[in-house]
Each structure stands twice: as structure tokens, then as C-alpha cells.
Design a protein around this ligand. Sequence first.
Ligand SMILES: [Zn+2]
Length: 287
Amino acid sequence: MRDDFSSKTKEILAKRVTYKCSNPECRKPTIGPHTIPNKTLSIGVAAHISAASIGGPRYSEALTKEERADIENGIWLCQNCSTLIDKDENIYTLSFLKEWKSNAEDEAFKALLQKDYSNTPQLDQIRPYAEAELVWTSSGKRPQGASPKTHEIYGDSPISIMQVIWYNHISWSYDLKIYNNSSVGLFNLKIKKHPSNTSFQLKDIIPEINNLLPYRDLTLRAEISTFLEGTGTEAVALIEPRFPDRIQGLRLLLEYVGENRNIYYTELILKGKSLKIFHLDSIPADY
Ligand SMILES: [Zn+2]
């Protein structure tokens, strides 16, 4: 007379370990597709921890009929492992099998809580992408005294203010906006100017140790300037273009570190009103 598990008990035992064998050395799936489309194939067994009938492995007289058929006395195994545990009671003891069961259930629960990373690339394998734009903010002229040329040309005759020749400080101001267009952090950003860019000046400095979070940006003020000995009209004409010829071809190099500690580079070259962006894995030779 066997005290078998009900089919409901068997089903719950199987589901609690996601139909995987509870032997930690095995963990074989015990269910899969049958060749007939509307059937499943099962190699799982709801095994008795303490035998279902007298003389069976780990049989205990102390248990009642109900206790023997209770879910507490069952463990989900594959067919192989269910045979194995009945071959040697000295190895596969009651407490040994109970530990298998509880570990298998813990494992199934942990797997359930865990986020599935299998389709998402490891963060430390992604390179960050620094990108940038140069945004014009203002242009200005600052007269710094009249040039003696005014007197040389006009002598002492009265002239209009627009005819006066000044020493002018002319400047164009920009925001260099740097973006981290990636899902990973970007560290220790450095900005190198190409040796050919003498007039471009960064007004803000970034600390040596810094980080730019994913999809964040930072703004650095920058300026180019020149002197003009000329009239106010000439000065106004000079500052009129927001991206004058003297800044065209501006080359900047962004150097930064990824979460994987690799160093990456982005070269910026000004063409017209926008920066062309080139992502590089090594430093260009002419920097
Ligand atoms: Zn197994």
C-alpha cells in the first residue's frame, strides 16, 4: 500500500522548482515539448523523501499516511536522480534530501527576483560617447582709446564719432556644450586644443577628477578675441559673423575614460556653424 502524492501536490512540487531537478549536481529541466504539438514531454518525478511504503528507502513508521503523502515529504527530481536517491540511503539521507529541496526552491525564487541581463550588454563593455556643440552667446567690441591715426588722417577738423579710429578689443563668446550621449558614465574628461588653434580660449576649467553621468551635459565658456585698429563701423562689420573665418577649422580633442577604464577620444572640428564629431579609439598623431 503506497501513500502516493496527489496530482495537485506533484504539480506544485514541480512548479516550486520551475520543473528542474532538485539535485544541485543535475538541475536538468524535466519538461519540454512533445512531438505532438498540444502535448508536453515530462521526465520529472515527485519522489518521496521518506518512502511511500514499508521497506522503501528512508521509510519512517513515525509518519502517518497523510504525512507520507504530504507535500512536505516530496522532492522534485528527474527520472535519473529519483532512481539514484533510492540506491544508497546512507548518502541520500532524509536531511540530505530536505536540503536539496530547500536549496532548489531558494534558487528558483532568486531566479524569479533577478533581473534578466542576458540580452543587455554588460555596462563595462559599452564605450561612452562624448559629443559637443559650440553655441554662440555674444559678440562685442570694447574700444580701448583712440588711435593716433585719427589725428593723422583728419587733423584737427571736426569729425563724426563713426570716423574716429579706435583700438578695439573684439571678442566672440561661446558655450562649448559637452554631452555624454551614452548609457554609461564618462570620467576624467580633458579638453585638448589642437596646436593650430591659437585664438580659441576656454574660460572655464574642469577639475582633473570629474565625471559626466549618462545623458548629462556640461557647459564651458569659451572665447576668441582679436584687436582691430579701425572705426566703429569696421568693428561692427568684423563682429557681425557669429562664427568668423578665424575660428573655422577649430580642432578640439575630448579625452575621457569609460567605466571599463579604457581611454576614448572624440575629435571636434568646426565647419561653418557646427562641430563635426569623430569618435576615436586612439589619440590622433598631431595632438
Ligand atoms: Zn536530476
